[in-house]
Design a protein around this ligand. Structure first.
Ligand code: 2AM
Length: 561
C-alpha cells in the first residue's frame, strides 16, 4: 500500500487514483541453468530500480493465467532439435494450442538463448515470441537471440529493457513494495564452487562396464569430492571441465604451420597458442559457423563455394572434425586469427549415478565414451575422452554440481516410480535406487533398461539383481536390441506391459525418462500415448492432455540429451 504522506498534496491525488504499479511477470525456461541465471540477474536489476517483478520458472508458472499479464518477459533456451527446455514443454504446448486466450492486454519481451552450431538456432524463444504476438500482445522491444557467448548481448538487453520498463511506470507509484518469488522448492545448498569456480576433485575409479566384445565403451567413473562442500541430490548433474587431447593439439598446430608458442588473446587474457588450444577452445565440435569463418579466413576457393550451399556446409561440418578440415584445406593463418574462429571451451554435464547418502563424498557417473573414425583417424569426445583416456586414477579434474529441480524423486516415499533409461540413461536411476534404499522408501519401483546385448551391455547387472532380490525393485524389463533378428527397444517393452503401466499411473505412479533425446525419448513418448489411449480409452488429444497433466503434477519428468 502507498503511504499517503509521500503523495504531493498539491496534486490532490487520492490513493484510489494512483495507478497501481503493474507487476512484471518474468518467466525463465531453462535447461542447464543459463536462462535461469539471466532471469535472476534481470529480476535483481528490476528490483534495484524499484520495479515490481515476480519471477517464475516455466515449470511452476500457472500458464493458463498468461493472458491476464500486463507485462510479460520470457527468457528461454532451446534444446536438441529446436525444442523448449523440459520444464517449459507443457507451457509451450498450451500457448501453441487452440486453448490459448488472446493476449491483447499484454506487453512483452523475449530473450532467447541458443547455439548457432545447431540448425534450429533459438527456435523455442522465436516460437514464444511469434506466438505471443499472434495472440495479440505488443512487443516492448525486438526479441534478441543470443549465441553460446550470451553474457554481453544479455547485459545489453537487460539494460535496455530496464530503461523501457522504468519509463512506463508512473512516477508516484514506485514506492510500492517489491516482491520477488523464488523459482524452485529445492533446498539451495549454495556452494562456494560453481561453473566458473569449479572444485578440483580427484578421479578415483575409471572402469569399463561394457564387455570385451561390446561395440560400446561405457565407463563407471568415481570421483572424490572430499574437501569440498559440494552437495547433490538424485537427478542432479556433474559439470566436468576438460582439456583437449595433447596429441590432437600438437597435430593441429603442425597442420597450421605454427609453432605453438605464439601469443594469443582470449577475452583480454594472453596465452600461448598451445595453452589456448589445450585448455580454452573447443576442438572436438566443428560447426557450420566455424567452417564458414575458416573459409573466409583462408579464402580457399573450393571451401568458399562449399559454404555457399547451406546443406553442403552443414554436412561438411557434421562429418569433418576441425583437424580434418585444416588438413584438407591447408592455410597459414595467424595464431590469433585461427583462435578467433573457435568457440570457448565449455564444460560437459553428466547425470549423476550415485546418491550422496550412499557414497558420501564421492560422485559416480555412467560415461559413454564418444569415439569415431574419420579418414582412418580416431577422434574422441572432449570430456569423455579426457575422463576415459587422458586421466589416470589419482589425477585432478575440475567439477561442479548443476542442480536439476526438474528431475526429482517424489517427495512422498510411498509413491511408485517407473524409470525408463536405456544406455547411459540408466545413470540417474542408479542414484534413485540408492536413495530410495537409504530412505527405506516403500513406494514400488519399476525399471525399463535397454542396450544392444545382454552378455556385453547389462550395466550394473549385479546391483539390479540385488535390488530385485531385496524387493526394492518391483519389476525390471530389459530390451536387448541386437540379441535377435529384429530390434527390441524399451518402448516395445512398455507396450507389452501397457496394462500394468496404466494401473500404476492410475494409482499415482511417477514416470521418468532419461537418455537419448533425438529418437528414444520421442518413441517412448509415443508408446506412452498409445498406452494411455488404449487402456485409458482416450483419443489422441485426450492422451496428450493426460501427459501434459502428468507433467504439471511433476509425475512425468525427463532428463534427455
Ligand atoms: P540399437 O543401437 O541396437 O539400435 C542404448 O543405446 C540402446 O538404445 C541400444 O540398445 C539401442 O539400440 C537402443 N535404441 C536405439 N534407438 C532407439 C530408439 N529410437 N528408442 C529406444 N531405444 C533405442
Amino acid at each position: 500500500q502507498l503511504n499517503p504522506s509521500v503523495i504531493p498534496t498539491s496534486t490532490t491525488v487520492t490513493s484510489a487514483q494512483v495507478p497501481e504499479q503493474e507487476t512484471i511477470t518474468l518467466i525463465s525456461a531453462s535447461q542447464t541453468g543459463n536462462a535461469r541465471h539471466l532471469a535472476e540477474q534481470l529480476r535483481d536489476n528490476l528490483v534495484a530500480h524499484k520495479l515490481n517483478v515476480e519471477l517464475y520458472s516455466a515449470g511452476e508458472y500457472k500458464f493458463k493465467q498468461i493472458h491476464k499479464t500486463t507485462t510479460l518477459i520470457i527468457i528461454a533456451s532451446t534444446q536438441g532439435e529446436g525444442d523448449p527446455p523440459e520444464e517449459a514443454i507443457a507451457f509451450y504446448k498450451y500457448l501453441n494450442s487452440k486453448k490459448a486466450a488472446e493476449m491483447k492486454e499484454t506487453a512483452y519481451a523475449v530473450l532467447s538463448l541458443g547455439d548457432t552450431s545447431y540448425e534450429h538456432f533459438c527456435k523455442a524463444g522465436k516460437d514464444f515470441d511469434e506466438r505471443i504476438a499472434q495472440l495479440g500482445a505488443t512487443r516492448l522491444l525486438p526479441r534478441v537471440d543470443a549465441d553460446v557467448e550470451y553474457q554481453f548481448v544479455a547485459d545489453e538487453w537487460i539494460k535496455q529493457l530496464t530503461e523501457l520498463l522504468k519509463a512506463r511506470v508512473p512516477e508516484q507509484s514506485t514506492q510500492i513494495l517489491q516482491q520477488t518469488q523464488s523459482g524452485t522448492t529445492d533446498i539451495v545448498n549454495a556452494s562456494i564452487y560453481h561453473r566458473d569456480a569449479p572444485f578440483t576433485a580427484t578421479l578415483l575409479t575409471n572402469k569399463k562396464i561394457t564387455g570385451r566384445n561390446s561395440d560400446r565403451d561405457i565407463r563407471h567413473i568415481e570421483i572424490s569430492l572430499e574437501g569440498s562442500d559440494l552437495q547433490y541430490q538424485p537427478g542432479d548433474a556433474l559439470g566436468v571441465w576438460f582439456n583437449n587431447s595433447p596429441e590432437k593439439v600438437d597435430e593441429l598446430i603442425a597442420l597450421l604451420w605454427l609453432k605453438g608458442d605464439e601469443p594469443v588473446t582470449l577475452k583480454s587474457q594472453t596465452f600461448t597458442l598451445k595453452e589456448a588450444l589445450l585448455h580454452h577452445c573447443e576442438l572436438t565440435q566443428n560447426s557450420a559457423p566455424i567452417v564458414k569463418a575458416y573459409a573466409q579466413l583462408t579464402r580457399h576457393e573450393d571451401l568458399l563455394s562449399l559454404v555457399a550451399d547451406k546443406t553442403k556446409l552443414q554436412q561438411y561440418a557434421d562429418k569433418h572434425p576441425i583437424n580434418e578440415m585444416v588438413r584438407q584445406y591447408c592455410a597459414q593463418p595467424t595464431a590469433q586469427d585461427f583462435v578467433d574462429i573457435l568457440r570457448p571451451l565449455t564444460p560437459r554435464l553428466y547425470s549423476i549415478a550415485s546418491s550422496q547418502q550412499e557414497v558420501e563424498d564421492e560422485v559416480h557417473l555412467t560415461l559413454g565414451v564418444v569415439r569415431y573414425d574419420v579418414n582412418s583417424r580416431t577422434y574422441t569426445g572432449g570430456a569423455s575422452g579426457f575422463l576415459a583416456d587422458s586421466l589416470k586414477e589419482g589425477d585432478s579434474v575440475n567439477v561442479f554440481i548443476e542442480k536439476n529441480a526438474h528431475f526429482r524423486l517424489p517427495e512422498d516415499n510411498t509413491a511408485s516410480v517407473i524409470m525408463i533409461g536405456p544406455g547411459t540413461g540408466i545413470a540417474p536411476f542408479r542414484s534413485f535406487m540408492q536413495q530410495r534404499e537409504n530412505d527405506a522408501a516403500t513406494g514400488k519401483n519399476w525399471l525399463f533398461f535397454g542396450n544392444p546385448h545382454f552378455v556385453e551391455d547389462f550395466l550394473y547387472q549385479v546391483e539390479w539383481q540385488r535390488y530385485v532380490k531385496s524387493g526394492l525393485l518391483t519389476h525390471i524389463d530389459l530390451a536387448w536390441s541386437r540379441d535377435q533378428a529384429h530390434k527390441i527397444y524399451v518402448q516395445d517393452k512398455l507396450r507389452e506391459r501397457g496394462n500394468e503401466i496404466w494401473q500404476w499411473l492410475q494409482q499415482g505412479a511417477y514416470l521418468y525418462v532419461c537418455g537419448d533425446a533425438s529418437r528414444m525419448a520421442k518413441d517412448v513418448e509415443q508408446a506412452l500415448l498409445d498406452i494411455v489411449m488404449e487402456y485409458g480409452n482416450k483419443n489422441i488429444e485426450e492422451a496428450d492432455e493426460y501427459l501434459s497433466e502428468l507433467r504439471l503434477e511433476r509425475r512425468y519428468q525427463r532428463d534427455v540429451y
